[in-house]
Design a protein around this ligand. Structure first.
Ligand code: IN0
Length: 346
């Protein structure tokens, strides 16, 4: 079907995309005038347009804290992800990262493209961090410390069991949930959510990323990154990379389906977490990534293309999710629709 055909068949797609573009333009115009904040927001915009968009509705203080938290985590992630850094250099940086954020003179060049700019200009992020309220700073420091230590642990350790998988996802995403709950609480608009529910919310997002990014991670140069737990893939193949070869297509899809099923365990907690967020702006900020995740899982299930290229939600669908996710009823509706799609594939 041509693009006009697609639009005519789904006329709803055109309008949300247009609205998304207008909102993105509006967000760009809202970039603050102080140069260090302008840098942080334009950096955020470059690394994740939709994230930059969705945080616009938060109050200024909380929005600034979330922006800096996101950039610090991206920087930490850039160090963890860069497979060209030797282990003996990488591990000490990860472990001390929570101290580097206070040091305007600290610098470590790594990563590529936008992430290289972020690393090279990290002192600008530090400058903005030091302007946040103490409560925000302490929450960000605490999470950065625990995450860096967890990442360091997994540099030298493979993800063997499902427990390892949950532990790794806790460090890189569950802790983000705990940190955000602390930031919401520090902004005084929200009661502190339970750690267990905040953790599940992060696990659900990260497991979705790990499933979706199989090929990208396995093809990483100079060394693959492997996050799928051996306890699951060893039922289907001898080596994780074997899943990408055409002769193993049947096993690959079966393994993929088991991975998707594993991530669905967290849906219950995610819905509970979201239903307890009374502040509308915070609610939308949390709900949009969750709806995107269940949508991505529904697309990935039984889909061999996960092993051939990138499986992503279409831009029009993303735009719809952003504009239609306003209340808990919208979230239940979206989870219901994507669950029906999953069910039809099982
Ligand atoms: C996030 C999360 C995020 C947002 C809201 C509530 C959360 C509660 C618990 C845990 C994480 C929460 O959302 C972003 C969304 C995002 O960046 N999406 C990308 C899409 C993509 O493919 O990367 C985009 O371009 O829009 C998220 O994925 N993570 C994240 C990081 C920092 C913060 Cl402060 C919030 C990353 C991760 C690893 C899933 C936690």
């Amino acid at each position: 079907m041509g693009s006009l055909g697609a639009i005519l068949k789904h006329p709803d797609d055109l309008y949300p995309l247009l609205k998304l573009k207008m909102a993105a333009r509006h967000a760009e115009k809202q970039i603050p005038s102080e140069p260090h904040w302008a840098f942080c927001y334009s950096m955020l915009h470059r690394v994740s347009r939709s994230f930059a968009l969705v945080i616009q509705q938060l109050g200024t203080e909380l929005r600034n804290a979330v922006c800096i938290f996101y950039l610090i985590l991206r920087a930490l992630d850039t160090v963890e992800d860069d497979t060209s850094i030797p282990t003996e250099v990488k591990v000490p940086i990860l472990i001390a990262f929570h101290r580097h954020i206070y040091d305007r003179n600290w610098h470590f060049s790594c990563g590529t493209k936008d992430y290289k700019v972020l690393m090279d200009q990290f002192h600008v992020v530090s400058t903005a961090f030091l302007e946040l309220g103490k409560g925000y700073q302490e929450a960000i420091e605490d999470i950065t410390k625990r995450m860096g230590a967890g990442m360091a642990k997994f540099i030298c350790k493979e993800v063997e069991t499902i427990d390892d998988y949950d532990e790794y996802c806790h460090y890189v995403a569950g802790l983000v949930g705990l940190g955000l709950s602390k930031l919401f609480n520090a902004s005084e608009s929200e009661d502190l959510a339970s750690d267990s529910l905040s953790n599940s919310t992060g696990l659900f997002l990260q497991k979705t990323n790990i499933i979706r990014d199989y090929l990208e991670d396995i093809n990483e140069i100079p060394k693959s990154r492997m996050f799928w737990p051996r306890e699951i893939w060893s039922k289907y193949v001898n080596k994780l990379e074997d899943l990408k070869y055409e002769e193993n297509s049947v096993e690959a899809v079966q393994c993929l389906n088991e991975m998707v099923t594993n991530s669905l365990i967290h849906v219950d907690d995610c819905l509970k977490y979201m239903s307890a967020l009374p502040e509308p702006a915070i609610f939308r900020f949390c709900a949009i990534p969750q709806v995107m995740a269940i949508g991505t899982l529904a697309m990935c299930y039984n889909n061999i293309n996960v092993f051939r290229g990138v499986v992503k939600m279409r831009r029009g669908l993303t735009a719809q999710v952003i504009h239609r996710t306003k209340t808990m009823a919208d979230v239940y509706g979206a989870f219901f629709d994507f669950s029906c799609m999953l069910k039809s594939k099982v």
